[in-house]
Write a protein that binds this ligand. Structure first.
Ligand code: A2P
Length: 272
């Protein structure tokens, strides 16, 4: 074989292959939920609200990757993720054991529709989330563009148990104290929380129930949801997304995309 032929036969490195990034911190909230932060390569660009593939190498050396919403805003020097722990989940059973100094794999192509660009302008932005579905909104509420585009921003988080709300409570407080967006967030951002399986939590019920019975808008002191005044991002389980989407469509909302911005956008960030 000539040198040229040998060079041609050698497999070329894949420019889109995930890269190892160092784990900087890990915080466990419950036996089902944790947050971790990793290094961000200088070349890694994304829009607040997007997701990316994250993972670990398998025993055979091949990567095991899942889509994860990036929970940090696009200006942050590090990347933050909020994850479920599934005891027998192929990835999260191992990912939940990471420690600072370990490495995780980070994909190179962030993408997604839970971005300001996919919504047309309006008075108010709602972000409806359940469980780890809060993650992309942890990014969006820390982005100054959100407060330029919308006068009012309301992020909702519904979990089974009160202790599962800890990450969103901490992140909203962090946004309000942040040197970059703190002033806007304090003036324009509100947080609505409810629980479905902690009986003494002050606000009970699924977000879908609270939209349907008017309890949500009443609690926030705003008029009923309308395509004229409100824009919506939805993130939770597949069923929650479909049920919430149906409620919006029944109220005349149109689904938007990056190619055709409109009244609401949906996404699902699942990890197994
Ligand atoms: P519930 O306790 O009534 O099932 P999970 O941890 O299973 O993803 O659930 C997170 C939260 O989302 C829970 O409060 C759960 O309520 C709620 N939820 C589950 N399915 C739906 C749905 N189809 N629509 C709205 N909320 C839902």
């Amino acid at each position: 074989m000539t040198d040229t032929a040998a060079a041609a036969a050698k497999p070329r490195p894949n420019p889109n292959a995930p890269t190892p990034q160092e784990v900087l911190s890990v915080e466990h909230y419950t036996d089902r939920l944790f947050k971790f932060r990793i290094t961000r390569p200088a070349t890694f660009r994304f829009r607040s609200g997007e997701f990316v593939m994250i993972g670990l190498p398998k025993e055979d050396g091949k990567p095991l990757l899942r889509a994860y919403s990036i929970a940090s805003p696009s200006w942050d020097e590090e990347l933050e993720f909020f994850s479920i722990k599934v005891p027998d989940g192929p990835l999260t059973s191992r990912l939940q054991k990471i420690q600072p100094g370990d490495h995780v794999l980070l994909g190179k192509k962030p993408t997604g529709t839970l971005v300001n660009d996919a919504l047309t302008p309006a008075k108010r932005l709602w972000m409806f989330s359940t469980g780890t579905g809060f993650a992309p909104f942890a990014s969006v509420i820390r982005d100054p563009d959100t407060y330029t585009k919308f006068d009012e921003v309301i992020v909702t988080h519904t979990c089974r148990l009160e202790e599962e709300l800890a990450y969103s409570i901490e992140t909203v407080a962090g946004a309000k104290a942040d040197p970059l967006v703190g002033e806007e967030a304090t003036a324009q951002l509100r947080h609505f929380t409810s629980c479905t399986r902690t009986p003494d939590y002050p606000v009970q019920g699924r977000i879908t129930t609270l939209i349907e019975n008017g309890g949500l808008c009443e609690a926030m002191g705003v008029p009923p949801l309308s395509a004229e005044n409100d824009r919506v991002m939805i993130c939770g389980s597949m069923e929650m997304i479909q049920d919430t989407k149906a409620l919006l469509e029944a109220r005349g909302f149109e689904e938007g995309s990056n190619a055709k911005p409109a009244d609401f956008v949906i996404e699902k960030a699942f990890a197994g």
